[in-house]
Design a protein around this ligand. Sequence first.
Ligand SMILES: *[C@@H]1O[C@H](CO)[C@@H](O)[C@H](O)[C@H]1NC(C)=O
Ligand SMILES: *[C@@H]1O[C@H](CO)[C@@H](O)[C@H](O)[C@H]1NC(C)=O
Length: 393
Amino acid sequence: MEKLKRAVKEIAYAQDQAKLPKFHSSLIPFLSFASSIYGAVLTLRHSLYRSGFFSKHRLPVPVISVGNLTWGGNGKTPMVEFIAKSLADYGISPLILTRGYAGGDEAKMLQRHLLGGPVKVGVGANRAAIANMFFVKYGYLDCRGSKLSERTNLDQKVESQINSEKIGAVIMDDGMQHWSLCRDLEIVMINGLMPWGNGHLLPLGPLREPLKALKRAHIAVVHNADLVLREKLKDIELVIREIKDSLPIFYTKMDPSYFFDVSNINTKMHLEAVNDAVVLCVSAIGSANAFVQGMGKLGPFYVHRFDFTDHHSFQNKDIQMIRERLGELEDNFSSKPIVVVTEKDYDRDPEILKHLHPFQVLVLCSEMQIIPHKGSNEDQFKLLLKELLELEV
Ligand SMILES: *[C@@H]1O[C@H](CO)[C@@H](O)[C@H](O)[C@H]1NC(C)=O
Ligand SMILES: *[C@@H]1O[C@H](CO)[C@@H](O)[C@H](O)[C@H]1NC(C)=O
């Protein structure tokens, strides 16, 4: 199964299909057929929503959707967190709606980062129902200009500053294909390292929707832009411009901020902890390349990697394999290697990584940053958010 999954992914991101191994080529006809079925279902579903056959649910506060066109590693969850913090800075209390895939690793990370602040996190597949539950519990407040003037009572606006418990906006993690909820702002995340693979729909290619879906977006974000060559970024921009010329494009990157040890999650460790060390990066995430490259920049002596497929949850036999690799590294370098994992890997199963003892296991914590580029910087992004949502704050 693991082998099949890997082959499908390799096909999706292959530069040249003719150069693929035989096993891969034999899969292509099946994948092609499946892709065309997938495309047909997608078109049907979309037109049923457009024609009003499926009803769309409208929430009483502005809704921001952060989505992706391809699988994994495009910075969706960090972006959700970034927006939540930006809204909180404006005095708005946002509710994040997330589906909670694979044991809810993304949700746990959000909850840990946002603990104690005004941001709330709702987990579950039926996003409208979850949202309504939170509205009942905390109340809501619409801070949009048009809605405020309708009320003609300016006291309401004053109240909005004070009563920050009330939910003022909803942010949908992975909302792009979730059409049953109306949204006011659509942000599409693109992984700069692997933007659209071979350009085909799932499962032959990595696309969940045809590229022309970018037309629906209000903001495009190219993530991991710090790891991509300038030329490549230009190509990505060109593809976006061809589909929607007016689309504002921002560049983002993950900025490592600190480590914590799996055996003691309350101590923050400086990034220098891996200086001159032999490091084994273990991950089961969509964009392991970015993780490994980022680790390389922190000044370790040597970086070795052990990749699993996205969302894979580590089993005892995996721990055994990792241990063997660590033993090899220790022999080769005569120094005890340090294991580094991402927060997502940690959150999927915080206990199992402790079984690597006596090897030290560190969790890398990172924050998203907007890379200033042609006047598109963090302030611009926040301003655009406010403008597009017509927030009066
Ligand atoms: C992106 O899309 C895939 C489906 O192709 C989905 O499983 C995943 O959760 C989405 N988000 C991320 C961050 O990968
Ligand atoms: C350790 O060294 C051996 C011999 O040079 C090599 O075959 C092996 O791949 C190395 N292992 C690691 C994890 O670097």
